[in-house]
Design a protein around this ligand. Structure first.
Ligand code: ARG
Length: 654
């Protein structure tokens, strides 16, 4: 249990005597903002006083009295209107640290009431190149699984790959018309990706052509309307009119931009010699692709055969990425797995009166939404939402989870809101359904991250580049060592892989997941600041002390003496080490891995201060040396465990 949890336990019985629901009040026990006042602060006396109609200070004093003689903290002090300031006893901290040192779990117990979680993450659409957005889902989901498991929950990870969508219609179409057999034999996935891109571009071209007329007309209308309104408003429009004009201008600018984008697509395609000659012959490509997809879904033998032929290569491609990222899944039940269950889920929704027919289609109408959720089109085709409902039904029937986490891009928010609302109406009201959403990865130009060619960045190339740059950092570091370089080329290469991939993951995990973040190799590989590279370096630096001092770590851990915390730096580090459990609880509270990275960064900073101020190998007395070595060892192990829970490896030398 975390320190916060233990403090909560002390107050809980007292609060339960006063109110029915102590939990919201217990949330008001928090780490103190100002260490001069104490380590923790309980702020519940004020709201409690209001509720009970009693003076908060008096209440605070009464509650504080219960901790007057507690081995955990000094007698609390009541300050101001009724803040209870809590300071932990050094003896207690020291003892807890000794316990943590002897425990492979670092003193973090498993939760008393484990829950079952299904975590849906990564979930790329296969046969399309995976892009940088998928890295977010993959690393955030993987981290949440690791933390949940470590705390003792039952976790079922499920990669809900898109293996049944229109991209296969595109590839089948491409296969029929543009296949380069030789290239396919050599590199099947690359050739399939080429076919996909080729067909995609043909479709985009014809769509741009047909939309262009509409958008041009729209633009003319908007221009005319703006002009007329400007004229009517005169030279000095009032506030409301000015606001309206500004809004119209913004709309106009957007339409102009749209038109420019369409024109860009059109010229780029027409000036590409390989594409230009195909345009006329493949006017109908979009309809034909839908048709191939429909045939695949309907069981057409030839299309099924092609799909079965393509799929293994596509899966192997993403598997190799997962191996490199150190990510694995309990299940990979993609969209195709649910194909046979779609009919039944639509029927179930109709039977329960959750869905109804409308214009030949089947829809779920939900209060508070402008558009219903479409689950079967008029032509009988099923949709993304239908598959997700069948998936939900399957997961509930198979695993009966307490919670399902969907780690997916924020752009799908509406989809998940409607999915969850529908689930409630299906009677699934106990399961916690969470869209763990995340923002976009931006380039240094502040726009979604793309390569020079304008494609979104492929994941494989991204990893290679991170590792290549990490190799430079590692080499530079090693060359600059006072006693000369100590790493062989093979060691350097292995370390670069760990550091490069670690930096990439950490950069992603350390962001507030709901905001967009800017992708920068330089920033993620910086040796200073809140980066994976800095954390790995911090770890290696602590570990080097043990090599230098020839310390038998195992013996140290087997028989840990109570840790001494006489100086402020030692005490601060010791206390921070005990807060690991708190950081993990916070991470799960709103499913935010940046709570864990923030904690680790803080820990590394406390360690730096300690290391500057407190000699370790040269400590004045053997007892002090042992105590400080224990702090070092715990720091290294906490960093290592923390990084492991983020899905990041450590290296002993760097
Ligand atoms: N394949 C989808 C995409 O790449 C993500 C699927 C997320 N999971 C789900 N159950 N909808 O956009």
């Amino acid at each position: 249990m975390s320190i916060l949890g233990e403090l909560g336990q002390r107050f809980r019985p007292l609060l339960t005597e006063l109110v029915d629901d102590p939990d919201p009040l217990l949330d008001l026990v928090r780490p103190s903002q100002d260490p001069a006042l104490g380590d923790y602060q309980a702020n519940f006396a004020m709201p409690l006083g209001k509720r009970l109609g009693r003076p908060p200070r008096q209440l605070a004093q009464q509650l504080a009295a219960a901790l007057a003689e507690d081995p955990m903290c000094h007698p609390p002090e009541v300050a101001g209107p009724g803040f209870i300031n809590l300071r932990l006893r050094n003896s207690w901290i020291g003892q807890r640290l000794a316990q943590a040192a002897a425990d492979p779990r670092l003193g973090i117990p498993r939760v008393e009431n484990p829950r079952t979680y299904v975590v849906d993450y990564s979930s790329p659409n296969v046969a399309k190149p995976m892009h940088v957005g998928h890295i977010r889902s993959t690393v955030i989901g993987d981290c949440l699984c690791r933390v949940l498991r470590f705390l003792g929950h039952r976790v079922i990870s499920d990669n809900h790959i898109g293996d049944w969508g229109t991209q296969f219609g595109m590839i089948i179409y491409g296969w029929r018309h543009f296949l380069d057999e030789e290239a396919y034999r050599r590199e099947p996935v690359a050739e399939l990706a080429r076919l996909y891109r080729l067909v995609r571009r043909l479709i985009d071209y014809h769509e741009a052509k047909s939309r262009r007329a509409d958008v041009t007309e729209q633009l003319a209308q908007q221009e005319a309307a703006l002009e007329a309104n400007r004229r009517a408003a005169g030279p000095q429009p009032d506030k409301r009119t000015a606001k309206m004009l500004r809004r119209m201008e913004a709309t106009l600018a957007r339409t102009r931009q749209q038109l420019e984008e369409l024109d860009r697509t059109i010229t780029q395609t027409e000036t590409d010699p390989a594409l230009a000659r195909l345009l006329d012959a493949h006017r109908d490509v979009a309809r034909a692709v839908l048709n191939e997809t429909a045939k695949l879904h309907a069981g057409d033998e030839e299309n099924r055969r092609l799909w079965r032929q393509f799929l293994p290569a596509c899966l192997e491609e993403i598997e190799s990425l997962y191996r490199r990222l150190g990510v694995s899944f309990d299940h990979t039940l993609g969209e195709s797995f649910y194909h046979d269950r779609l009919e039944a889920i639509v029927q179930e929704l109709l039977d329960r009166g959750v869905a109804r027919e409308s214009d030949g289609a089947v829809c779920v109408f939900l209060e508070g939404y402008d558009t219903p959720m479409l689950i079967r089109k008029r032509d009988g085709a099923f949709l993304y939402a239908t598959t997700d409902l069948a998936t939900l039904r399957y997961r509930m029937d198979t695993w009966n989870p307490d919670a399902i986490l969907y780690v997916v891009d924020f752009r799908q928010s509406l989809h998940f809101q409607q999915l969850f609302a529908t689930a409630r109406r299906m009677g699934l009201d106990k399961v916690e359904l969470v869209h763990v959403s995340f923002g976009t990865v931006m380039g240094e130009d502040g726009r979604p991250f793309r390569t020079r060619e304008g494609d979104t960045v492929g994941l494989e190339g991204l990893l290679d580049e991170a590792v290549r740059r990490a190799a430079r950092v590692v080499a530079g570091n090693d060359d600059a060592k006072p006693d000369g370089p100590e790493l062989s080329p093979a060691e350097r290469a292995r370390i670069a892989e760990v550091v490069g991939i670690g930096a990439l993951k950490y950069a992603d995990l350390s962001q507030n997941r709901t905001s967009d973040y800017q992708f920068s190799y330089d920033k993620m590989l910086a040796m200073n600041g809140n980066t994976g590279t800095y954390m790995q370096y911090a770890y290696a630096r602590v570990r080097s002390i043990f090599r230098k001092g020839n310390v038998d770590v195992e013996a140290l851990r087997r028989d840990p003496a109570p840790v001494r915390l006489e100086t402020p730096a030692e005490r601060a580090l010791g206390l921070e080490l005990l807060r690991f459990g708190e950081a993990l609880e916070l991470t799960l509270k709103d499913y935010r891995p940046n709570q864990l990275t923030g904690y680790l960064f803080g820990l590394a900073n406390h360690y730096s201060t300690f290391y500057e101020q407190c000699p370790v190998l040269k400590a004045e007395a053997p007892e002090l040396r042992r105590s400080r070595l224990l702090l070092c060892d715990l720091t290294a192990r906490t960093i290592q465990k923390g990084l492991e829970l983020l899905g990041i490896d450590v290296v002993e030398k760097m």
